[in-house]
Design a protein around this ligand. Structure first.
Ligand SMILES: C[S@@+](CC[C@H](N)C(=O)[O-])C[C@H]1O[C@@H](n2cnc3c(N)ncnc32)[C@H](O)[C@@H]1O
Length: 349
């Protein structure tokens, strides 16, 4: 089998997909995405998930990992000294991850102390949401002077985790621009990331309140980056952060304990090269996270020209629930064979 037995091309139903260029046997490893471009471990899982290889302590019959960084307050724990040392060398370039993590935690703590005193949230746009309306909101946010700490809008837990995810993307971009770590391109380049499907408009149309949430996170991240000058060029405008928000939705992967889908999710990550597999409710590809890497295997024999598809949803759900989730989070109506066969209740059937 060729190392890359597939090709990315346009699909008949819109967008791009991955198609087999040769027969592929069942259980073949067809693609490995070596490392995430950006990732975040939920704050309350930090002591239990290795900051480098994402190993879950409970899988090793431990309650927490006990190797942490020397610098207090970074909130990063590791399963081994080897993981810590590799992370220090390849991920914490310029000690930037430490700096942003300490910054986020410090600001979040102050936020907790002054709860109830934050500035009122930006109003959500009322429908119909247009691209112009979204553009205007970002331009206005860009030109708004940064408030003092005390006047910063308060972020909830998920927004704080989102800020950490965004900051990890900024650090990745910085590392790649420096071009000093040979492994840094394993995650895909910034140009590759920009090729991913941009879901900004459908996301804000479906959840108008996400726009004000993104703007709050933007203000928060600008605040953090004031203390981390190396990252400042990426926030000179809102272009970079907006590009990440637009591609995060619909393109990221949940990280689960023991890499089993359906188990507890402890964070999420963006694997750029892996984001071109479309969805099918009877997929011929399954994914497996192995340490930092995401691997993709065939579940059965695949013929030349067949599309390689993973599943985005819980396949034990019934057809209505699957279609609801796909429409809500990935903005399409599933018309796969399985949905057609289970089509009772499917609109138009
Ligand atoms: C992770 S991306 C997959 C790659 C994407 N097709 C592209 O061109 O970048 C997920 C998006 O692909 C599209 N998609 C995935 N599976 C699909 C399917 N079975 N039918 C229609 N659209 C699908 C949806 O727009 C979805 O939000």
């Amino acid at each position: 089998m060729n190392p890359t037995p597939f090709l990315r091309q346009s699909t008949w139903y819109g967008g791009r997909g991955i198609f087999a260029t040769q027969p592929i046997p069942a259980s073949a490893l067809v693609h490995t995405s070596a490392a995430p471009y950006a990732s975040v471990i939920y704050r309350h899982f930090r002591k239990e998930v290795c900051g480098h290889c994402f190993a879950y302590s409970f899988d090793a019959r431990r309650s927490t990992w006990n190797i942490k960084l020397e610098a207090a307050g970074t909130g990063i724990w590791f399963c081994s000294e080897a993981c810590r040392d590799e992370w220090l060398q390849t991920e914490n370039v310029g000690e930037l991850v430490e700096a942003v993590n300490i910054g986020v935690d410090r600001l979040a703590k102050n936020m907790g102390k002054r709860s109830g005193q934050s500035t009122p949230p930006v109003a959500s746009p009322s429908p119909p949401v247009t691209q112009e309306l979204i553009d205007e909101a970002w331009v206005a946010a860009e030109s708004t002077p940064l408030p003092r700490d005390a006047a910063l809008p308060a972020l909830d837990e998920i927004e704080l985790d989102t800020a950490r995810f965004i900051l990890s993307a900024l650090v990745r971009r910085y590392i790649q621009d420096l071009d000093i770590t040979p492994s840094s391109l394993a995650s895909g380049s910034w140009t590759d990331l920009l090729e991913l499907q941009n879901n900004e408009l459908p996301l804000i149309r479906g959840r108008p309140e996400a726009l004000s949430s993104h703007l709050r996170v933007y203000t928060f991240v600008r605040h953090i980056v004031r203390g981390v000058p190396a990252l400042a060029p990426y926030l000179a405008t809102s272009e970079t952060i907006r590009a990440v928000f637009a591609r995060e939705q619909g393109n990221v992967f949940g990280m689960y304990e023991a890499s089993k889908e359906g188990e507890e999710m402890f964070g999420w990550s963006m694997y750029v090269s892996a984001s071109f597999f479309n969805h099918d409710c009877a997929p011929n590809i399954r994914k497996e996270r192995v340490g930092r890497a995401m691997r993709f295997y065939t579940t059965r024999d695949v013929a030349v020209g067949e599309e390689l598809c993973t599943s985005y949803v819980d396949l034990t759900d019934d057809v209505m629930e699957r279609r609801k989730q796909l429409s809500l989070n990935w903005y399409f109506d599933c018309i796969c064979k399985r949905c057609e066969n289970e089509g009772e209740g499917v609109p138009g059937k």
